[in-house]
Structures are given as C-alpha cells and as structure tokens.
Design a protein around this ligand. Structure first.
Ligand SMILES: Nc1ncnc2c1ncn2[C@@H]1O[C@H](COP(=O)(O)OP(=O)(O)OP(=O)(O)O)[C@@H](O)[C@H]1O
Length: 235
C-alpha cells in the first residue's frame, strides 16, 4: 500500500473583511500518497488558490490539522515554514517566477542555497545540471530567462522545483501562460515525472489538464466534492 506523505484533516479557512466572513475552505480532508498525481479543479472562487497556499505553507488554516509525513505543520513559525517549504516542497507557478537577473543555473540552484544543511558547490553543480537535464535544458544553463521562450522558461521553473528532490511538487495553473503545444509538452513532462516516482498535486481550472492526473478532485464552494481515479489520457 502507498505511504501517505501529506494529510489534511478538517481544514477550514475563513477570510474576515470587516463584518463579512468568507468561508474559502470548509472541512477539507485530503490524503496524498507517495506516487500520486492529483488534480484539484473547480470554478473561479471555489478555493483553489487558498488550498494551494495552505498546502504550500504560504498561509495557515483557521482550524484543522495538516501533516507532512509525521510532522504537524498546521501552525509553524514563518522561519520553520520557510525551511519546510525549501526542503520538502517544489513549486511550479503559472507565471514561472524566474529571477530575470540570474542565469538559469543560478535560478535552479536557488532552493539549494536556502537549505539549513549547506551543500558544497560541487554538489550544487551536480544537482542543478541533473535537474536541468531532466527537462532537457542543460544547453541553456548560462542563459537568462528573458532569452528563452515561455515553454523553455516553464521547463526551467520545473527544474528549479525538482532540484531539491521534493516530497511533493505543487503546481499552480502551470500551463495557463502557454500555447497548446507547449502546454501538452509540460503535461507530458508531469506524467513522465510521476511515472519516475515524483508525487504531484496540480491546481487547475482546465478540465483537459485535470483529466490527465491519476486522481481528480473537484472543489466547489470550498468543499472537496468527489474523488475519482481517472485513466491517464494521452495528450
Ligand atoms: N484575502 C482575501 N480576503 C477576502 N476574501 C478572500 C481573500 N482571498 C480569497 N478570498 C475569497 O475566498 C474564496 C476562495 O478564493 P480563491 O482565490 O481561493 O479561489 P480560486 O478557486 O483560486 O479562484 P480563481 O480560479 O478565480 O483564482 C473566494 O470567495 C474569494 O473571494
């Protein structure tokens, strides 16, 4: 049986604006197992970004418990949350979020440089080049992000997310800024990474992308509505 690497129990999040309370997430129960490829989809305002922020330790819930492995991460200090993010999670964003002034090599190296445990330059070099080769971008390691196409920038951002061998890759609308060819390439890459053992959780409003995951969850009005195993369809 697969091992749970992440568990949310009864997670709720309320935004308070003046007199008004908005229940963005209501009693979320979610288990992500090693080797999963989950998609979470739903209409605008259903709580996708809020859920991703909590999963990524960018925000804290109002109630409920969140575990990564055996560690209770429901209410970490900002510093501790930053370390856990750096060491256990990889992020892929719609807008790539690469640093324009840095080469691809230095962009990809960034998560390694912020770890508690310092790595030698040789170890960083090896990990960065391995990660760039995973996305077929070694030949561009000295380039700056603005010298690359959108698809290439997203592949570099995936290399950055993978460089620290994260427990879980969190993906936020990764294909939203790409044309259909590049979008298909990136989805194929996620499927391959999952086949090779990476665990992925992808938030998307695109039902075509959502159906490419192994397990599709639908979020509606802050509640996880259903959970289905879908046959992975080819792009
Ligand atoms: N900072 C905030 N203050 C008040 N309400 C908020 C805040 N952030 C989000 N909300 C509300 O919480 C609910 C969930 O928002 P969220 O951004 O998580 O939805 P979403 O599914 O990501 O939407 P979209 O697909 O449009 O990005 C919405 O009703 C939204 O208006």
């Amino acid at each position: 049986m697969s091992k749970p690497i992440l568990t949310m129990k009864g997670i709720s999040k309320v935004y308070r604006t003046g007199e008004m309370d908005t229940y963005a997430l209501k009693d979320i129960n979610l288990t992500i197992n090693q080797g999963d490829f989950i998609s979470i989809s739903g209409p605008s305002g259903c709580g996708k970004s809020t859920l991703l922020s909590l999963l990524g330790l960018l925000d804290v819930p109002d109630s409920g418990q969140y575990f990564i492995g055996d560690q209770d991460v429901s209410n970490l200090s900002l510093t501790e949350a930053a370390y856990v993010r750096c060491e256990k999670l990889g992020f892929v964003f719609q807008s790539f979020n690469l640093i324009d002034e840095l080469s691809l090599f230095e962009n990809v190296a960034m998560p390694l440089r912020y770890r508690r445990e310092k790595l030698s330059e040789k170890a960083i070099q090896e990990k960065v080049m391995h990660s760039l080769s995973t996305v077929d971008m070694t030949h561009r390691s000295a380039h700056k992000p603005n010298q690359l196409s959108g698809g290439q920038q997203q592949r570099a951002a995936i290399a950055r997310a993978l460089v620290g061998s994260p427990t879980l890759l969190l993906i936020d609308e990764a294909t939203g800024n790409l044309d259909s060819k590049n979008s298909d390439q990136v989805m194929e890459m996620f499927i391959r990474l999952n086949d090779e053992g990476t665990t992925l959780c992808m938030v998307t409003h695109d039902t075509h992308c959502a159906d490419m995951a192994k397990r599709r969850l639908d979020l509606l009005d802050g509640k996880l509505e259903n959970s289905s195993i879908v046959e992975q369809i080819s792009v």
